[in-house]
Write a protein that binds this ligand. Structure first.
Ligand SMILES: [Zn+2]
Length: 65
């Protein structure tokens, strides 16, 4: 009885940790990036790639941190 509930708790805790990590990464990707050159807000055009209206495309930190 006790052992069963313990292993269930452990597996759910592990899953939650992974989900939190993924959610954090996705949140970062969706959030507008600030262009490192001019400080303008840039749009995400691809995973880890952003486009500044003034400087063009640049890579964001989403996949490289
Ligand atoms: Zn820029």
């Amino acid at each position: 009885m006790t052992g069963d509930s313990k292993s269930r708790l452990r597996s759910s805790r592990y899953g939650r940790k992974i989900r939190t990590r993924v959610a954090k990464i996705e949140e970062k990707q969706r959030a507008p990036q600030i262009c490192p050159k001019c400080g303008r807000e840039a749009k995400r055009v691809a995973p880890g790639v952003y486009e500044c209206p003034r400087c063009g495309k640049f890579t964001g930190g989403a996949y490289f941190v």
